[in-house]
Each structure stands twice: as structure tokens, then as C-alpha cells.
Design a protein around this ligand. Structure first.
Ligand SMILES: [Zn+2]
Length: 170
């Protein structure tokens, strides 16, 4: 079922699922845990990066260790979103767009440290970015669309927190 949104140039397909259970979320247990791969801390259902606190948590014998959802997705190569950028316009502005993609990720990570870019692939005139969370994929598409116009499409996978985002400008 295709649905055109009121915003010009943006098309959304499929339905976004309301917060389904994420298989990568840790089971309840320890008061505080940290990720062995990236050092993110998990406490009271919140994830955060804090190097000073990480040292204290590591020294705490009651603290648990885990592999956070972002690191698990990277290990299993299971992205939460994939964004493709294409079109003639991209060829001329690729550096600029790439720079912006990295800035968007950095800003987003300050708020949500689990939303990360897994991989950026450049193939021919196409740029493919996979992310650990669907939200970051959407944000990349929306922010590039906002600053560079073009056409933006979202395709939601049913029953999953997965989105395919396509941006194109000729
Ligand atoms: Zn991690």
C-alpha cells in the first residue's frame, strides 16, 4: 500500500510498527552493565557513554558485561536501516553529502549512542549507508533531503524495526 505524504518529494510505503520487541535488548539482571566492545554503559534501561564512569563500572565487581545492541548488530551484520543516495547531483556533491552524513551521525550519537553507522559503501555513483537503528536511517534521509532537496522514499518492513530509505536527485 503506497501513501503519499503531504510533504512534496517524500513517499512512505508500508506501516511503521509501534515499538516491537527488539531481540537485541538485554535481559534484565545486573544493576549496571557495560559493553565489552564499545564501552557503553547500561543502567536503569538507559544507554550512555561516559569514559570516567566506565572506569568505575569496570572496577565494580557487581557490574555485568554484555555486548550492546549496536555492537551485536554490527557483529551479525543486521542493520536497522539502509539508506541509498543516488543521482547525477550526487556525483557533483558527493564529498559534501558524505561530510554531512558523518556530521548527522555524530550529532545523533550524542543523544542516542546506539544509533550508529555500520558501513558506508561507494559503488559507482551510488552511496549506501547502513545503520544500527531505523531512526538514524530516517534522520540521514530527512536531513539530506532538507539541505539538498531531491526525492526521498521510505519503505518500512512489516513487523520489524527496519526501514529502507532512498534518496535521489538528478
Ligand atoms: Zn557496544
Amino acid at each position: 500500500m503506497a501513501r503519499l505524504s503531504h510533504k512534496t518529494g517524500v513517499e512512505e510505503k508500508g506501516q511503521r510498527t509501534a515499538r516491537s520487541t527488539d531481540v537485541y535488548l538485554p535481559k534484565e539482571g545486573k544493576e549496571v552493565s557495560w559493553c565489552k566492545k564499545c564501552g557503553i554503559i547500561y543502567r536503569q534501561k538507559r544507554w550512555f557513554m561516559d569514559p570516567t564512569e566506565l572506569e568505575q563500572v569496570k572496577a565494580d565487581p557487581a557490574a555485568g558485561t554484555l555486548v550492546c545492541p549496536a555492537c551485536q548488530r554490527m557483529r551479525d551484520n543486521v542493520p536497522g536501516g539502509v539508506v541509498t543516495f543516488s543521482g547525477d547531483y550526487l556525483k557533483k556533491h558527493e564529498e559534501e553529502v558524505l561530510e554531512l552524513i558523518k556530521n548527522i551521525e555524530a550529532k545523533s550519537r550524542a543523544k542516542n549512542p546506539l544509533g550508529r553507522i555500520m558501513e558506508i559503501r561507494q559503488e559507482g555513483s551510488e552511496l549506501t549507508v547502513s545503520t544500527t537503528e531505523d531512526k538514524l536511517a530516517q534522520k540521514l534521509g530527512r536531513d539530506i533531503f532538507r539541505s539538498h532537496k531531491g526525492d526521498l522514499h521510505f519503505k518500512w518492513s512489516e513487523g520489524e524495526n527496519f526501514v529502507r530509505v532512498e534518496w535521489k536527485r538528478d
